[in-house]
Structure formats: structure tokens, C-alpha cells
Write a protein that binds this ligand. Sequence first.
Ligand SMILES: [Zn+2]
Ligand SMILES: [Zn+2]
Length: 346
Amino acid sequence: MKALVYHGPGQKAWEEKPKPAILKSTDAVVKVFKTTICGTDLHILKGDTPEVTPGRILGHEGVGIVEETGSGVTAFKKGDHVLISCITSCGKCEYCKKGMYSHCEDGGWILGHLIDGTQAEYVRIPHADNSLYRIPEGSDEEALVMLSDILPTGFECGVLNGQVKPGDTVVIVGSGPIGLAALLTVQFYSPAEIIMIDLDDNRLDVARRFGATQTINSAHTDPIAKVMSLTGKKGADTVIEAVGTPATFELCESLVAPGGRIANIGVHGKSVVLHLETLWSQNITITTRLVDTVTTPMLLKTVQSKKLDPQRLITHRFKLSDIVRAYDTFQHADREKALKVILTNE
Ligand SMILES: [Zn+2]
Ligand SMILES: [Zn+2]
């Protein structure tokens, strides 16, 4: 089969690899139908994730058709259409029992990271019973690729951890795919104001179309002054960090209202300054989380009932065999006005 293989920082190739086989009785092999590229894949290619070793097939999102199952898989059989979760989970360990699938003792984020991933014609999924989700008949399978990672990530790490309530003021720092996923799902809770902050006017235009009530381009407007003027000098009830840099996290510290919450989604590679000298008395909560994908069944229902339309995050489509070109488009997201790219295995 063909797959997108990581060969060390800055190097990748679409090349021949052996088709995956069942290694444990709880495995399934899935024929990938559609997959996508994540910002995390770009971090891996930059060399930010040294545990990813050369020869690894990248990718942790996708939908497909079950090709083969181990003898221990009871929930799926050959021919089933499935959504692949970015998080692999056994469903049995102490963390899984708490719903913390991301910390599964025999799983977590391993796809396209510690084991071969989904940017391939076939992928092996360990603990298939708990790590795959059945796709209801008649679904828009392309849209469901957004449920492998970005929608549960935006929802669980941003919206649920941010404890958004009706009438709240929410600020989302970062209007990339993850920030937009938080923007789409925060509307389940009817906040009064949703203020998006980014440096890219195109992404802020998208945010307005997706339901942001205010947008701030922090390249030419002071976001702190603007948010304070919009909130009667109080700040926001929930501030969602969807970038992952020291500067954006510090910005969140300046935007949170007394009693508010900072919900971090961003992947941070550097330490940040925590301004406890101002925050100690402000009754705030700071949360961190790796997506658990425990809300995937709920999100599937909201897509089925058309409360949520993840299709809107897709801007570009390629054949899976054109994945190197798709990476180029996704890497130049500003120039290409790209959000999520879809790759189809034809
Ligand atoms: Zn991802
Ligand atoms: Zn587990």
C-alpha cells in the first residue's frame, strides 16, 4: 500500500509500505476512505515531537471501512463504515474508566505518533471496539472526519473545560481550525458574546460567518483594550486559548474576568509567565486537557440532527495520492485561505 511516511525533520514521502496486519486480537484493520492533515502533523515535521521516529506513517484522523478484525473485536465487522478517533483507548484501565481516554494505559494519542497512522491506504487500529465509532447510514462521511480530532478537541478542552453558560462572554484566542471548532461548539450553550482574536483577516471573516459576534485583528488593534471596552472593563467569563504560544496564553491572563476561566487548548512547547501577582485574588480557574474524545458519540448526534455542520471547516480537497501537494497547501494556510483539507483514497 501507499502511505505518507515521516523521514525526520522537514522530510516526508508518499511511498510504498507493507499493508498493516492484525497484531492483537483486539485490533482492526481499516481501509481509509478519507483523512486530513492536522497542525500537529506540521509540528511533527518541524521536529517538535522527537518521539516520532523516521519511518512512521503520519495522520490521526479519518473515516474508513473495516477490512479485517481480530478475534476479540465484537462491536465491528468487515464492511462497517467507521469514524477513527485520534485517541486510542482500551476502555478498561483506570483512566479509561474515568473517561480520560487520552491517558489510557495502553493507548492515548498513539496514531501517527507512536504507531503508524491514517495518512495511508490502510491503518491498524488497536482496541478497535473502543477506538472506532460506527457511522450512521446516510451520513456525510467527509464532514465526520472533523470529529476524529478537532471538534472534540475544541469542545472538550475549550468549551466544556471553560464551563460556558448561557449569557456568558467568551473570548477565543486563535481562529484556526481548532479555535473555529470551539466557536462552532460553544454555541450549544448560547453565550451572549463570542469574541474571536487572530492575526489573519480571512480567518476572522470565517469566524464571523461561523457565529462570532465580534472579531479583533490583534495585528492592528490592541486586543486587551478592545475586549475591556466591549465588556464594561470586566473581561470575559471564559477565555479559550487555541494557539499555544507564551504570548497568546499571557493575553488570555489579561482578558479573563474575575471569577472567569482560562481553558487552554494550545499545544505549548515553551514555558509561559503566570501573572499570579495580579491573578491570585481574581477567583479564576485555569484548565488544561488533552482531548479524550469521550464526547464523540454526542457530537455525532448533533451532526446527524444538523445542529452542527462540520463540513464548513473543509476548504480544500485532494486525492490521497496527492497528499504532498495537500501538505503544501495546508502549510501555507494564510496564502491558500486553507482551514481543513480532505484527502480521499480513491
Ligand atoms: Zn490533530
Ligand atoms: Zn485504557
